[in-house]
Design a protein around this ligand. Structure first.
Ligand code: ADP
Ligand code: ZN
Ligand code: ZN
Length: 744
């Protein structure tokens, strides 16, 4: 018989939030948690001169240090371990990305848990409509949202928890206002209490699927109890979302949970509304607008299994699931799934690992899949499901290339584009002008001596803004006033060079003075609801002009836009980054997908200096899939991903020589080590980063490339261990990026 009261372990190995890639040994404190010491419990421990929240990862008897020298755990914070699947994912992530486990756990938990807030014993607020008084409350006539909220609560005689109410788009303030008016009562119940069962899963019927959608759904349904990765490759507007909705319905009907990841730009109130109006069960949304409390509530609701559907951006991949049923990644090619600092994970790739671990279906959806996912589909690793028909009658518009050379430009636009805009507006439709640069002009130039407004801190030009007037560096965020005269030669002949969104907006406003011009970029939408307001106006359908960056280009349903003009398609064509072409083709297709989504066919004009560029011609002539084939062949020839795996070591220092010297030493060490241990790994560099100086720091990089992942990982582990032990590395900021999305 096992001892029911085993003696406490002598050593606890704790992951603490530090960049160091190791666990730290502690003695258990005097008081053990009621269930005994186990892996997965949060503890408060002394670390250096601080107190930190760590997670016990192992219980043991031995330490490399004398036991009496170990510090004791200050306090235990959880009686029950954190969720098993979440711990597994954090361990996997730390190993895969060669990141410290302590920091991975820290990043992956809600802020309040990082701060040591208890998870158990939380109380939940419930709100219940009080019996209606004899007459209507007149005050509610002036508060229509509160009246709606009250009507909604009256349909739930047992009351509802805050989360379910917020999930319907109401706020806590509105609840409190109703309490103040005596219409609603607030109760507290323990968080673990089960929700009274709701009748029926669907609040509105599912759409009848077209043949392709039905086939795709049937293919995913074939095996709901096994790892079953599918690439749902469907043109924009082909009804991928409807397939997700019906898959989620099936998953929830089986008592399981579904996790849907969407790009940052895709988690709009419209998207959420679409899911919330379909399902009667709570749909938890995880986005940057939540308070810390709401985030912990959401985490707990999903971890406990109470919330069956969760939709979120990148970091939502770290939501624990009590009963995982399916993971869906919408717009799987989107760059926002990769975190570009700290823990550099790719949420799509973690979704694959997670679905495999849980043995559940995985759906990667996109009109323009990443070359990685296409490659997996071609090799049969993923099931390739295609949707070629749009629900609206019109096929996505083809790209028409128009030649910029030798033609006068106004705000970046040439006469044939302006003419097409005029015709479209005259027909009563809307026009979207896409330009991937915010500000007035990419820079300011002196026409007397050729001076350009360079940033003092970066190898970059400063962007000219007019609203307000300022020169700004988009790399380090430094601002300076616009000079009246050239700082070099004193000439007053300073002119903006090229066009950004502000300049195109100004030009269009002058050309079409009677129509509204809406500019949508990061500057014009700083206020949180500004973007939603403009979108609402655009959807009303009156003729207007939209000028925007990729904020506008992706995801949004703009039914009245029938003409899209791309001001300049050339940025990605000759960029040095190996993914630049792939990404700019995806963006062009997404932008083009905004045209003609409803009852009128669309047209897409693409201005370029390179009408003969073979890649651009292929994209315009035969579409994204043909270009992707070509790019895959080129990647194979160049031994680049997905045919080889990469890792990038970035080094930065205020002194160029310091970073380069460390890079050289690391490369020498690695080449020697690889020869004996990982002969498949090659090491390139150190070389200066494409933009070497940023914020007055010099950036140098070392690239590792391998045909086999296991060897790449072995080499990366060796490299990080070496750097952690290397005294010179303390003077250099370094980071390792496994599967980098860009080499900048
Ligand atoms: P995607 O996610 O592929 O861009 P959506 O799912 O947003 O496409 O669908 C585009 C439009 O087509 C939406 O307005 C949607 O309601 C409609 N739609 C999708 N599937 C169907 C269907 N089976 N029958 C009718 N309309 C559909
Ligand atoms: Zn000058
Ligand atoms: Zn700068």
């Amino acid at each position: 018989m096992p001892d029911p009261f085993p003696p406490p372990p002598r050593v606890l190995r704790v992951a603490v939030p530090t960049p160091l890639r190791r666990l730290f040994d502690y003695r258990p404190g005097r008081e053990a948690p009621p269930g005994g010491w186990r892996a997965g419990l949060r503890v408060r421990v002394p670390f250096g001169r601080r107190q930190v929240v760590g997670v016990v990862m192992e219980c043991g008897e031995r330490s490399d240090f004398p036991l009496e020298q170990l510090k004791a755990v200050e306090a235990w914070l959880d009686a029950e371990p954190l969720p098993e699947d979440w711990l597994w994912l954090c361990r996997f992530t730390a190993r895969y990305y060669q990141h410290s486990l302590g920091d991975t756990l820290h990043q992956a938990m809600p802020v309040l848990l990082r701060q040591g807030r208890p998870l158990a014993g939380r109380m939940r607020e419930r709100w219940q409509a009080l019996p209606p008084p004899g007459e209507d409350d007149a005050r509610l006539r002036r508060a229509p949202r509160q009246a709606e909220l009250l009507a909604m609560l009256r349909q739930h005689p047992h009351g509802l928890p805050t989360q379910a109410i917020v999930a319907q788009g109401f706020s806590r303030e509105q609840l409190l206002a109703l309490v103040a008016k005596g219409q609603v009562a607030r109760h507290e119940t323990p968080l673990t209490a089960a929700e009274p069962a709701t009748a029926g899963l669907l609040a509105e019927p599912a759409l009848p699927l077209n043949r392709e959608q039905a086939q795709a759904l049937a293919a995913i349904h074939e095996r709901l109890d096994a790892f079953h990765p599918c690439l749902l490759h469907g043109v924009t507007g082909s009804g991928k979302t409807e397939v997700y909705l019906q898959l989620i319905e099936a998953v929830v009907a089986r008592g399981r949970q579904a996790l849907l990841l969407v790009p940052e730009i895709g988690l709009t109130p419209q998207t959420l509304a679409r899911f919330r109006s379909r399902f009667r069960v709570p749909v938890v949304a995880l986005h940057s607008g939540l308070t810390d409390n709401e985030r912990l509530d959401a985490w707990e609701a999903v971890a406990s299994g109470r919330a069956p559907i969760v939709i979120g951006t990148r970091s939502a991949i770290f939501t624990p699931l009590a009963r995982p049923g399916a993971i869906i990644v919408d717009e799987e090619h989107d760059g926002s799934f990769k975190q570009q600092e700290g823990l550099r994970y790719h949420a799509r790739d973690l979704a694959v690992a997670r679905a495999k671990h849980h043995a559940i279906p995985l759906v990667l959806g996109s009109a323009t899949p990443s070359l990685e996912s296409l490659y997996h589909a071609e090799r049969g690793n993923y099931r390739h499901l295609r949707l070629t028909q749009r629900a609206s009658r019109h096929a996505p518009a083809r790209l028409e290339l128009i030649d910029l050379r030798g033609r006068p430009r106004q705000g970046g636009l040439i006469p044939p584009a302006i003419e097409a805009i005029r015709e479209t507006l005259a027909a009563g439709h809307q026009v979207l002008v896409f330009i991937n640069r915010r500000g007035f002009a990419p820079t300011l130039a002196c026409h007397a001596c050729g001076w350009l407004a360079d940033c003092d801190h970066c190898d970059a030009r400063m962007t000219l803004h007019r609203q307000p007037a300022v020169l700004a560096c988009h790399h380090c965020d430094k601002h300076r006033p616009v000079p009246d005269a050239c700082p070099e030669c004193g000439s007053a002949d300073l002119r903006p060079l090229g066009s950004g969104t502000e300049r195109t907006e100004e030009t269009l406003a002058a050309l079409f003075p009677k129509l509204p011009v809406h500019r949508i970029d990061r500057d014009s939408t700083r206020r949180r609801d500004a973007f939603e307001q403009v979108l609402g106006e655009i959807r009303r359908g009156a003729p207007c002009l939209l000028v925007g960056t990729q904020m506008l280009a992706k995801g949004h349903h703009l039914p009245h836009v029938t003409l899209v003009v791309v001001v300049n398609a050339d940025a990605g064509l000759y960029a040095s980054d190996f993914r630049a072409l792939e990404h700019s083709a995806q963006l062009l297709v997404q932008v083009a997908g905004r045209a003609g989504r409803a009852s009128h066919p669309g047209r897409v004009l693409v201005q370029t200096l390179h009408t003969d560029d073979p890649h651009l011609r292929l994209l315009a002539g035969r579409g994204y899939d043909a270009l992707a084939e070509q790019l895959l062949a080129e990647r194979r020839a160049a031994a680049l991903p997905p045919f080889r795996f990469l890792a990038l070591l970035r080094l930065e220092s205020p002194r160029e020589e310091t970073a380069t010297a460390l890079g050289r030493e690391a490369a020498a060490m690695l080449r020697q080590w690889n020869a004996g241990h990982a002969p498949d790994v090659s090491c390139l560099g150190p070389v200066p980063a494409p933009m070497e100086r940023r914020q007055n720091r010099y950036h140098v990089q070392l690239m590792l490339s391998a045909g086999r992942r296991s060897q790449l990982h072995a080499a990366c582990a060796r490299l990080t261990a070496w750097l952690e032990a290397c005294p010179e590395a303390r003077r250099v900021r370094w980071s390792l990026d496994v599967d980098p999305q860009t080499l900048s």
